[in-house]
Design a protein around this ligand. Sequence first.
Ligand code: SF4
Length: 80
Amino acid sequence: MNEEPVMTKYKVVIDKNKCISTGSCVNLAGLTFKLEEDGKVGLIDQDGNSDEEKTMAARACPVMAIKIINTATGETVWPK
Ligand code: SF4
């Protein structure tokens, strides 16, 4: 994991209602995502992990509760 501060251009949007508490996103991007007291995903810091790590975390979510937006272009990176 990158210890340096990272400037990221991908923004994550989480949908707590979809989250089934697998923790996969936390395992892959633990400086961006956390599990809250209700067991559902929460956001720590948009820039906690690199764009690549955030994208991997979103792709690993079995219920597609994480969306990735490229803030430079406005494009939805995930889900496609
Ligand atoms: S990977 Fe998806 S279902 Fe699992 S904790 Fe993260 S948001 Fe919730």
